[in-house]
Design a protein around this ligand. Structure first.
Ligand SMILES: [Zn+2]
Length: 162
């Protein structure tokens, strides 16, 4: 496993729509384990999408405190419910956070690292992390959801990073 370097805004990979993974093989499993190690290399990080490490593929990982790590290949939101305003930060936009509109709960479909179909129903931080990381593979940053740059604030060092 290896800790990969994180691409920061305005790196062009972050603005690309990532490609679908056709075959979940050893190289994808290695990417997933490297992404998980990279995510855990700083304790406040709870999620990471492949474009953030310069790989334009539809792969995301999520590691919430006291929960098992989740890796999803070709994730897709199949249902969104409710709406809430929450503060959000991003590893690729260091030093800032903003207030964005997110769903209260989401249902996501995709495949795990063994190619098995998975379906996750989530609310709270997990729902937020899923929406945030799936935005990344569509070339979308939370900055794109801000009403204006006035809504962007300087971060305190201990905030959660998605
Ligand atoms: Zn992010």
């Amino acid at each position: 496993m290896a800790v990969l370097s994180i691409r920061n805004f305005p790196d062009p990979t972050l603005k690309q729509k990532a490609k679908r993974v056709r075959t979940i093989d050893g190289s994808i499993r290695k990417l997933i384990s490297d992404m998980i190690e990279t995510m855990h290399s700083v304790p406040e990080r709870v999620g990471l999408a492949a474009p953030q490490v310069g790989v334009s593929l539809r792969v995301i990982v999520i590691g919430l405190p006291e929960a098992e790590d989740i890796a999803i290949v070709n994730p897709k939101i199949v249902r969104r419910r409710g709406e809430r305003l929450i503060n959000e930060g991003c590893l690729s936009v260091p030093g800032y956070f903003g207030q964005v509109k997110r769903a209260e709960s989401v249902t996501v479909k995709g495949r795990d690292q063994n190619g098995k179909e998975i379906r996750i129903k989530a609310e709270g931080l997990l729902a937020q992390a899923l929406e945030h990381e799936i935005d990344h593979i569509n070339g979308v940053l939370y900055l794109d959801h801000l009403e204006s740059t006035d809504k962007l604030y300087k971060i305190e060092p201990e905030e959660t990073q998605l």
